[in-house]
Design a protein around this ligand. Structure first.
Ligand code: KIV
Ligand code: ZN
Length: 389
């Protein structure tokens, strides 16, 4: 949409593309837990899964749809009636449902994977969007392998999808092949040459095969994209997706360069990162930007000296901005319920009284065996006591 708005819609696909990371599959309770945290974090859209992929995924998307009150819930589906019907069945109870349908548009995908001509692909896309539109006004259309597609064909299929009723057009760099300048030129070209683009939002969805997913997403935002598809910790198919924390903190940390804003509560970033890592079992590498264990650690003497005099000498962001606990209280067997509760909430968790009681009980047992209790221990207790109960 060519609007004056500088608001970037954050579309989180941790529960769908993120789940496609090897070994990251999640059960319904785990998806619900992450979805609730993502809502607290303030994402605009949660892609909860691919309902046609399995009965389990269908049920998880359905449960997430029923649970969330403020956030849009999207379900992914191929451009087929059967997939779209399943997607709708799964999200129809959401407060704000979205159907996200896709078909590949690059010559290589159309020829070898789909075995369809360009005309057939456009016809399928239009039929799919029209069918999705018969259920909801909130329809997203993705041109899979968009960055390797012929750009005029891309404009043609996007224009046809808008005419059929799509309100968001997503341009994916499916195989992580794009480089920032080229990708921003493509985004600009699509914005300027797609008929009806002023009535829709242009979205980007980047993969990290060359380590450029965040750079490509930011370049696309500069060129006018207004939705960014991201995952927590950048998890996702192969080398992963654009990471939410990198995009959001880049926009926040460089406001003079980026007037664009998001509705993310950045103080929830770190706890969300920990939760996703804990549930998926995918560890966050220590030197990872924003959420890695070393992201705010200073080893060199000169750096330590500088940081003690003024943290901004070597820190471009304050740790508290992403929700890193400043609480230095040491927890052990003498700690009471209240100290534990306040520590847990300073770590960004929002547990019910019943959940807190469960964790407290486990904490007391652990404190009998272990002198000092670290944040990692508390996370493990929350994981055992709450997520797996
Ligand atoms: O990478 C991709 O192209 C996708 C689409 C289904 C949006 O995940
Ligand atoms: Zn993807």
């Amino acid at each position: 949409m060519k609007s004056d708005s500088n608001k970037i819609i954050i579309f989180d696909t941790t529960l769908r593309d993120g789940e496609q990371s090897p070994g990251a599959s999640m059960n319904q309770a785990e998806k619900l837990r992450i979805a609730t945290q993502l809502e607290t974090l303030g994402v605009d859209v949660i892609e909860a899964g691919f309902p046609a992929a399995s009965e389990g995924d269908f049920k998880a998307v359905e449960a997430v749809s029923k649970q969330l009150k403020r956030t849009q819930v999207a379900a992914l589906c191929r451009a087929s009636e059967n997939d779209i019907t399943k997607a709708w069945e799964a999200v129809k109870n959401a407060a704000f449902p979205r159907i996200h349908t896709f078909i590949a548009t690059s010559d290589i995908h159309m020829q070898y994977k789909l075995k369809m001509s360009r005309e057939e692909v456009v016809e399928n896309a239009v039929k799919a969007v029209r069918y999705a539109k018969s259920f909801t006004d909130n329809v997203e259309f993705s041109a899979e392998d968009g960055s390797r597609s012929d750009r005029d064909f891309l404009c043609k299929i996007f224009g046809a999808a808008i005419e059929a009723g799509a309100t968001t057009l997503n341009l994916p760099d499916t195989v992580g092949y794009a480089v920032p300048q080229e990708f921003s030129e493509l985004v600009r070209y699509v914005m300027e040459n797609t008929p009806g683009m002023d009535k829709a939002v242009l979205s980007v969805h980047c993969h990290n095969d060359l380590g450029l997913a965040t750079a490509n997403t930011l370049a696309a935002i500069k060129a006018g994209a207004r939705q960014a598809e991201v995952t927590i910790n950048g998890i996702g198919e192969r080398a992963g997706n654009t990471s939410l924390e990198e995009v959001v903190m880049s926009l926040n940390t460089r406001p003079n360069f980026f007037p664009e804003t998001t509705s993310i509560d950045t103080t929830r970033i770190y706890p969300t990162s920990r939760l996703v890592s804990m549930i998926t079992g995918i560890l966050v590498q220590p030197n990872r930007a924003i959420v890695g264990a070393n992201a705010f650690a200073h080893e060199a003497g000169i750096h330590q000296d500088g940081v003690l005099k003024n943290p901004m000498t070597y820190e471009i962001m304050k740790p508290e901005t992403i929700g890193l606990s400043k609480n230095n209280l040491v927890l052990g067997k003498h700690s009471g319920r209240h100290a534990l509760y306040s520590h847990i909430s300073s770590m960004g968790y929002n547990l019910s009284d019943e959940e807190l009681n469960l964790v407290f009980e486990k904490f007391k047992h652990l404190a009998d065996r272990k002198k000092s209790i670290l944040d990692e221990d508390i996370e493990a207790l929350i994981n055992e006591g709450v997520l797996r109960s």
